[in-house]
Design a protein. Structure first.
Lengths: 317, 500
C-alpha cells in the first residue's frame, strides 16, 4: 500500500474518533453546567479548553481570553462550530473528509459517501444550525455510521489496520482527556456524566453491581479490559494493529518503536495500583497523551516517511 | 396530445436531434411517450433528487479551487444504432491514422518527404517535444485513450471538431451519469435497449496491461494524478478504483537506475505502466519544467530505456494542434488509402496568405481559435464580438498567424434540455472515448455529451458553465453485451429459517 494512502487512512481513523469523542466530552460538560448551579462556569470552561489541548495563544487569536471569563458559548465555538478553529468538530470533520478525498480510490464507495455526507452540512451551513445537545448526538450517530460502514465493507487488509490503529490511539488519547476534565470538575455526579458520555453507564452499574464511586468509575474508564472505550482496551487494540502491521513474530522483545511505546504505557497503567493512579489523574493523563503523540511520530517515521515530497533541484533552469 | 414537449421551440438553422420542425424524429419516440406521462412537478422533484445524489457521491469538478457538482441534465440524448456504427468506424479510422502520424513524425518523417504535411507545421507546434523522438512504445501504441470531439452540423451530419489524444477527460461522467439517470428515469430507461457503458475500466486496464514493457508477465499499472486540487481528480479516483490499481501522485514515485518505483509501507515497489493524467510539461522536471512538483524526475529516461510505459505517450499533443487537424483528411488518405469516414469542419489556416486574407475580410462572421487552446480558451466568435474585440483579434492574428485557425460559425445541434423549470433546445457536442490496445480500437458506446446550458450559447465546456447529458446508443437486436444475461435456469429452493 502507498505510504501516502496509509497515512490518510490512519488520519481518517483518528479524525472520526476525535470528532466523536469531542462531541461526547462537550455533551458532558454542557450538561454539567446546566444541571449544577454551583459549578463555576469560567473555571470549567478554562479547564475544558486546556484539557482539549488549546493553547492560550491560539485561543487569544480566536478572540478568547483563557485567563478571563470564558463562556460556554466561546468553548462551543472553539471546539464545535468554528471551522477556522482547528480543534472544532467542524474542522475535524473537514480534515477527515480531506484525507478521505485524497485516498478516495482506496475507500469503499459506501464509506466515502458516509464521510462525504457527514461533511456536506458544514459548508452548506446546516451544521451551524444544529444546537446542543442535538448536535452532539448527531455527530455520534454520523461517527457510528462511518465506523459501521467501514466495518461492514472494508477488507481486513493493511488499510484496515491503519484505520484501526488511528482510531484506537485517538480513543486512548481522548478518553484520557475525558477522564482529566472529569477529574478537574468540581460538581457532584461528574463521573456519572463521564460514564454516560462514553455510553458506559449501564454497563458500569451492572459490572459494579450498582455501587457508584468515583474511584470505580475512573477504574472502569481507564482500566476495564472488556469495555471498548477504556484506555487500556484502546491501547491493547492499537498494539494489536501494530503487531498485524509489522507481521514479524520475534522471539524476544519488540523492534518497533511505536509498539514499545504503546505496550509500555499499557503495562504501566495496568500494573500500577489504582490509588497511585487516581492520586494524580491530570498528570498521569498528560503523560498518556504525550505517549500517544510519540507513538504517532514513530508510526509516521516507519510507515509514512516515504510519502514526503522530494523537490527536484533543476540545474541551470 | 403532447404536454411535456408543448411549446418546445426549435427554430433557427441548428439541427434539432429530437424534432424536425413539428415532427418527432424516430429515435426519440419512446422517450417522448414515457415522458409525456409525467407531470412537470414530478420531473422537477426528480431533477432535485438527481442533483442531491451527485453531491452526496462527490461527483464534482473543480473551478479555481472550488468544488462543484457536475450539472447533469435529466433528459438523455439518443443516438441510433446505424448512426453510431458510422461514428465508431470513423473514430477507429482516425485513431489509426493518428497513431501512424505520431509514429512517423517522431521517427522517420516520411509524411514530410512525401509532401503531405509540411515539416514546419509539426516543428513549430508548441506541443511537439523532441524529448519523445525515437521512443518506441512497447506495443506500438501511443494513443491508448482518445476523446475526439464531434459536432453535428446543420444537416445533422457528424463532423470532427478537434482531436484530443493527450489526456482527454470526462469518461467518468459517462459512467456515473448512466447510473444516476437509471435511478432518475427508471420507466424511460426500461423502454429502451441501450448499449452499456460500465465496461470501460476493464477495457482500459486491458489496453494498459497490453502496453507493458516487453518481458513483464504481470505488470503493475498505476494512474498518475496531479492531486486532489486537479479539476478532474474525481475522474482519476474513479478510474483507479474501478480498475483496481493504485492512484499515485508524483511524490509517490521515484526513479532508480532507469526504473520507476512507488513508495509503499513495505518499501519501494516497481511500476510498469503509468496511465498519467498529468500534462507532458509537468511529467518530468529533468526534461521539462524544472520546478514541476507534479511529476517525477527520470520518468522520460525510464520510458526511453523501455522499463516503463507512459500512456498516453509523451508528445501526442502535436496531433491535437488545430493546424495539424486541418491536414488530417490528407493524412488519413496518405496512410490508410481511404476517404475520411467523418469529415472535418471547414477550416481556414491563417498561416497561409490567401486564407489569411479571406479570414481578415470575414472576421466578423467566423470563429477564430488558437491552435493550441483547449477548454474553449481564447476562442472568439465573430458575430458575437464587439468592434474592439475584433480589432484586438485582428492585431493578434496578423502578429502570429501560425497560431490561429478560422471556422464558420457552426450551429451545433440542439437537444431538449431541462433548464429553470422548462424544456428548451440547447447546443451539444459529443466526445466519444476510444481505447486502443494495439489490436483493436474499441469505442465506448455513447461518450460524453456536453451541453451549453445558456440559451443560444455555443461553448459547452464545463469550465464555461456547460453541463452533461447521458448519451444513449440504441442497441439493435444483436448487441453483443446484452445477450449474456438472458439464460436463466430454475433452481432448487432452500427456504430461509425462522419464517413461520
Amino acid at each position: 500500500m502507498l505510504s501516502r494512502i496509509a497515512e490518510s487512512l490512519f488520519w481518517i481513523g483518528r479524525y472520526i474518533e476525535r470528532a466523536d469523542d469531542t462531541a461526547r466530552i462537550l455533551d458532558v460538560q454542557t450538561q454539567l453546567l446546566l444541571e449544577d448551579a454551583a459549578v463555576d462556569e469560567a473555571q470549567t470552561c478554562r479547564d475544558l479548553l486546556s484539557c482539549m489541548g488549546i493553547e492560550p495563544v491560539d485561543a487569544a487569536e480566536a478572540g478568547v481570553d483563557m485567563f478571563g471569563a470564558v463562556t460556554i458559548e466561546q468553548v462551543l465555538r472553539l471546539l464545535a462550530y468554528d471551522p477556522q478553529s482547528p480543534s472544532s468538530i467542524a474542522a475535524i470533520i473537514g480534515s477527515a473528509r480531506e484525507s478521505a478525498r485524497g485516498a478516495r480510490e482506496t475507500l469503499t464507495v459506501p464509506l466515502w459517501e458516509a464521510i462525504n455526507t457527514t461533511w456536506r452540512p458544514i459548508p452548506s451551513g446546516h451544521f451551524e444550525a444544529l444546537r446542543p445537545p442535538y448536535i452532539f448526538s448527531w455527530v455520534r450517530e454520523r461517527a457510528a455510521l462511518i465506523n459501521g460502514t467501514a466495518d461492514a465493507t472494508m477488507t481486513r487488509d493493511e488499510g484496515w489496520q491503519f484505520i484501526m490503529l488511528g482510531r484506537n490511539i485517538e480513543r486512548a488519547d481522548m478518553t484520557s482527556r475525558l477522564v482529566a476534565t472529569t477529574a478537574l470538575s468540581s460538581g457532584a455526579g461528574q463521573w456519572t456524566s463521564a460514564l454516560r458520555a462514553s455510553g458506559a453507564y449501564d454497563a458500569f452499574l451492572r459490572t459494579y453491581r450498582g455501587i457508584e464511586t468515583d474511584r470505580a468509575a475512573a477504574e472502569f474508564l481507564l482500566l476495564d479490559r472488556l469495555f471498548p472505550r477504556s484506555v487500556v482496551f484502546a491501547l491493547d487494540r492499537a498494539e494489536q494493529a501494530l503487531v498485524n502491521l509489522t507481521g514479524d513474530p520475534r522471539r524476544a522483545g519488540f523492534q518497533d518503536e511505536a509498539q514499545r511505546l504503546v505496550g509500555r504505557m499499557r503495562a504501566e497503567l495496568e500494573y500500577r495500583s489504582l490509588s497511585d493512579l487516581v492520586e494524580d489523574l491530570p498528570d498521569e493523563m498528560e503523560r498518556l497523551q504525550r505517549t500517544c503523540a510519540a507513538a504517532t511520530d514513530a508510526i509516521s517515521r516507519r510507515y509514512f516517511a516515504g510519502s514526503e515530497a522530494l523537490a527536484w533541484k533543476g540545474v541551470g533552469a | 396530445m403532447s404536454t411535456m414537449f408543448e411549446g418546445y421551440g426549435t427554430g433557427g438553422p441548428a439541427y434539432d436531434e429530437m424534432f424536425d420542425g413539428a415532427e418527432l424524429r424516430p429515435p426519440y419516440l419512446r422517450m417522448r411517450d414515457s415522458l409525456d406521462k409525467m407531470s412537470t412537478p414530478e420531473l422537477i422533484s426528480r431533477v432535485e433528487a438527481l442533483q442531491a445524489s451527485y453531491l452526496d457521491q462527490g461527483i464534482t469538478f473543480d473551478i479555481g479551487g472550488e468544488e462543484r457538482a457536475m450539472p447533469l441534465d435529466i433528459l438523455p440524448r439518443v443516438i441510433e444504432m446505424d448512426t453510431w456504427t458510422t461514428i465508431e468506424r470513423g473514430l477507429q479510422q482516425r485513431v489509426q491514422a493518428l497513431e501512424m502520424l505520431l509514429a512517423d513524425v517522431y521517427d522517420a518523417g516520411h509524411v514530410f518527404e512525401d509532401g503531405v504535411l509540411p515539416r514546419q507545421v509539426i516543428t513549430t507546434s508548441s506541443h511537439f517535444h523532441r524529448q519523445a523522438a525515437t521512443i518506441r512504445p512497447a506495443n506500438g501504441v501511443r494513443v491508448h485513450v482518445s476523446g475526439i470531439d464531434l459536432i453535428r452540423d446543420n444537416n445533422g451530419e457528424f463532423r470532427v471538431l478537434e482531436d484530443n489524444v493527450r489526456v482527454p477527460s470526462g469518461v467518468s461522467y459517462v459512467m456515473t451519469s448512466r447510473r444516476a439517470i437509471s435511478s432518475a428515469l427508471p420507466e424511460t430507461i426500461a423502454q429502451h435497449r441501450i448499449r452499456p457503458v460500465a465496461g470501460y475500466p476493464q477495457k482500459l486496464l486491458a489496453a494498459l496491461r497490453a502496453a507493458a514493457p516487453a518481458g513483464v508477465a504481470d505488470p503493475t499499472v498505476v494512474v498518475l494524478t496531479p492531486g486532489v486540487y486537479n479539476g478532474a481528480y474525481f475522474e482519476h479516483t474513479l478510474l483507479a478504483r474501478t480498475m483496481g490499481v493504485e492512484l499515485v501522485e508524483g511524490r509517490d514515485l521515484v526513479c532508480r537506475r532507469g526504473e520507476v518505483m512507488m513508495r509503499t509501507t513495505k518499501g519501494l515497489a516497481p511500476v510498469h505502466v503509468i496511465y498519467r493524467r498529468v500534462d507532458d510539461e509537468f511529467l518530468d522536471p529533468v526534461h521539462f519544467l524544472a520546478d514541476s512538483m507534479l511529476g517525477c524526475p527520470g520518468l522520460i529516461d525510464a520510458a526511453r530505456a523501455g522499463n516503463v510505459t507512459i500512456a498516453n505517450a509523451v508528445g501526442n499533443g502535436v496531433a491535437d494542434d488545430k493546424l495539424v487537424y486541418t491536414y488530417m483528411p490528407d493524412v488519413i488518405r496518405y496512410y490508410l488509402n481511404e476517404e475520411p469516414v467523418i469529415r472535418n469542419v471547414d477550416t481556414w489556416r491563417c498561416g497561409e496568405p490567401d486564407h489569411l486574407a479571406e479570414v481578415m475580410d470575414r472576421l466578423d462572421e467566423l470563429v477564430l481559435k488558437p491552435v493550441d487552446g483547449s477548454g474553449g480558451k481564447g476562442i472568439v466568435i465573430g458575430p458575437r464580438a464587439s468592434r474592439e474585440e475584433l480589432d484586438e483579434l485582428r492585431v493578434k492574428v496578423i502578429e502570429d498567424p501560425r497560431s490561429w485557425i478560422a471556422q464558420p460559425v457552426v450551429q451545433l445541434s440542439t437537444v431538449p434540455t431541462f433548464v429553470d423549470g422548462e424544456l428548451g433546445p440547447r447546443h451539444v457536442d459529443l466526445r466519444p472515448f476510444a481505447v486502443n490496445d494495439g489490436n483493436r480500437v474499441w469505442v465506448l458506446p455513447g461518450g460524453l455529451t456536453r451541453v451549453a446550458l445558456g440559451k443560444g450559447e455555443l461553448i459547452v465546456n464545463s469550465s464555461r458553465g456547460g453541463g452533461t447529458k447521458d448519451t444513449w446508443v440504441l442497441a439493435g437486436p444483436t448487441a453483443p453485451e446484452q445477450q449474456q444475461q438472458q439464460q436463466q435456469q430454475s433452481r432448487n429452493v432452500v427456504p430461509v429459517e425462522g419464517v413461520e
